[in-house]
Each structure stands twice: as structure tokens, then as C-alpha cells.
Design a protein around this ligand. Structure first.
Ligand code: ATP
Ligand code: MG
Length: 295
């Protein structure tokens, strides 16, 4: 943990001179060297209640090593989008390109909210699980798992089972497990949503540090504007159901980041207000219009 202590001790001091301008068009083409690119992505569900367009016309590109955060009203299709990016579901319209890395498609791992670990496996076995599937030998698995268990601060609990851990510790196991397979793209669906505020802050700090060390490409869904501003290089604001990209907001805070430095940055309040205004209008329009009446 020495390297991480060093990283978190660097205080971010440079300030951006003005609020960045939101970008409303050209999302898929504006990102240099994207690892993944969605164009006109849609997902329609046919249910007993009728047709539900969960997402529609989503244009989104995520750059290599970018920390991209998605916010949007409940039910706007964030999980649906993430599942499609993960290859767990297929779009019913549009295209999704995984941009080749060294001639192959990018790999991914997903961290869900609160249910990403196997209760019958120890912490070490959970973290090593994906490595076994990749055919990595026993010794290699153990070394890699123990390194990541240390990165997330759980070395003392390597032999523990998930029920012997707190919720925050279980989420750390889930993050370590996702990192273990060294995915090109890490997809996180409200990974800290169910945690108390202090645990959330600690895990945010840890994820910031892990990002500094690994420069993983991350797509992270949250309901918290605060969390989005703390973590993101770029925030994608989605419209209410059917979800589409309403606005993209670049986040100017320098890295390495510290929670307190971000919150005391003069741009923080303005960006918070800008995103909240967008979200408020989306949440209100979602409440006023029944699902079936939406265009
Ligand atoms: N398998 C499915 N079958 C039918 N409808 C679905 C299915 N999955 C999602 N939906 C619908 O698609 C819409 C988007 O759901 P999704 O879970 O993606 O939203 P979300 O933005 O992740 O919401 P939340 O913020 O509450 O997690 C919702 O109206 C939901 O009911
Ligand atoms: Mg969701």
C-alpha cells in the first residue's frame, strides 16, 4: 500500500478557470481512441404490459483510460445500457463496437450493487474465481488474488467468507474480483449505492487510487451527483425513460483527486447545480408522463 499512500498524499491544487461547457451532440465521434462506441443504441422489451423502450438512440463513446460516469433518473435505462456494454444483453437497434486492442475485442468485468460475491467462497477464492476460469495456475491465482486483496485493504480477511464481512468489505471483494481478471473495461452499476456515507467515501477514495494505479477504463453508474463529480472525467446525463444521452459534461478537477479538494473546488457548486437542474427536469417529466404515453 506504500504507492497508494504516496498517491493519496498528493494534493490537487490547480483550479480550472471556468465551468466546462456541456456537449450535447457528437458524443460518439468526439472521444479520441475510444475503447467502446455505441451508435443509435436501443433496447426494446416486449412485456405483458406492452412494449417498453428502455433506451433509445444512445450515442456513447468511452475513451481508453477514461473514468466515465452515467447519471439519470431511476428507470431511464442505465442498468440496461451497462448490461449491453458488458455483453450480457443485446441491443434491439443500433450498433456497439468494441474497438480492438492489439487485434482483439476489449474484455470487461462488471460490479453490481451489493450482489457480486459468491457466499460459499472465501474472499481469496472469490477474487481468484475469474482467474481460474482463465486457466491461470494455482500459484499465479494466489499471487494475483493476494495482491488485489491487499490493494482493497482486506489482507486480514483473505480466509473469511462474505457473511463474516460488512457490506462495504463485500463491495471491496467485488471490486478486487473484477480487477483480478485485468479487464480492459470495468463496468460498475451503483457499486456504492447501498453503503453508509463514510464507507462510501472510503471506497470512493480507494477507487480513485486504484484508477491512478491501473488507469482502467471505467463506466460507473450512480444516482449521486456528488459521487459523479468526485470520480468522473466526464459525466453522461441521461434523459428520463426512454433513456438517451441528454448531455455530456466534462469534469475539470485535476488528478490525482482527493474528496475534500474536489468538494472545496470553486467549480464544484456550479457543476452540481448544472447537473441537478438537468436531472430535476428529467425526473419531473418522468413523473408527469405515464410510461405508455411517452414518445
Ligand atoms: N428484462 C426486462 N424486461 C422488461 N422490462 C425491463 C427489463 N429490464 C429493464 N426493463 C425496463 O427498462 C427500463 C429501464 O430499466 P433499468 O433497470 O435499465 O433502469 P435504471 O436506469 O437502471 O433504473 P435504476 O436507476 O432504478 O436502477 C425500466 O422501465 C424497466 O422496467
Ligand atoms: Mg439500475
Amino acid at each position: 500500500m506504500a504507492a497508494s499512500a504516496l498517491l493519496t498524499s498528493i494534493t490537487a491544487t490547480a483550479l480550472a478557470p471556468a465551468l466546462p461547457r456541456p456537449v450535447t451532440t457528437g458524443q460518439a465521434s468526439a472521444v479520441p481512441s475510444p475503447i467502446i462506441r455505441a451508435r443509435g443504441l436501443g433496447r426494446r422489451f416486449e412485456t405483458a404490459r406492452g412494449i417498453i423502450d428502455a433506451i433509445r438512440d444512445v450515442d456513447l463513446a468511452v475513451g481508453t483510460s477514461e473514468f466515465c460516469v452515467i447519471v439519470g433518473p431511476s428507470g431511464c435505462g442505465k442498468t440496461t445500457l451497462l448490461r449491453i456494454l458488458a455483453g450480457l444483453d443485446r441491443p434491439t437497434s443500433g450498433t456497439l463496437e468494441g474497438c480492438a486492442i492489439g487485434g482483439r475485442a476489449p474484455t470487461n468485468a462488471m460490479v453490481f450493487q451489493g450482489r457480486s460475491v459468491f457466499p460459499w467462497l472465501t474472499v481469496r477464492q472469490n477474487v481468484a474465481y475469474g482467474l481460474k476460469l482463465k486457466g491461470i495456475g494455482r500459484r499465479g491465482r494466489r499471487e494475483r488474488a493476494d495482491h488485489l486483496i491487499e490493494v482493497v485493504g482486506l489482507s486480514r480477511f483473505a480466509e473469511s467468507y462474505p457473511h463474516q464481512l460488512s457490506e462495504g468489505m463485500r463491495q471491496r471483494v467485488a471490486i478486487a474480483r473484477a480487477l483480478a481478471v485485468d479487464p480492459d473495461l470495468l463496468l460498475m452499476d451503483e457499486p456504492f449505492g447501498a453503503l453508509d456515507e463514510q464507507t462510501r467515501f472510503i471506497l470512493q477514495e480507494e477507487l480513485l487510487r486504484i484508477w491512478e494505479e491501473t488507469r482502467k477504463t471505467i463506466v460507473f453508474v450512480t444516482h449521486s451527483i456528488d459521487e459523479a463529480l468526485t470520480m468522473a472525467d466526464r459525466i453522461i446525463v441521461m434523459s428520463a425513460h426512454p433513456g438517451t444521452v441528454r448531455t455530456t459534461i466534462p469534469v475539470p478537477f485535476p488528478r490525482p483527486r482527493e474528496l475534500t479538494a474536489v468538494r472545496s473546488d470553486p467549480d464544484f457548486a456550479g457543476l452540481f447545480a448544472q447537473i441537478w437542474e438537468l436531472l430535476r427536469s428529467e425526473v419531473q417529466s418522468a413523473r408527469l408522463t405515464p410510461l405508455g404515453d411517452r414518445p
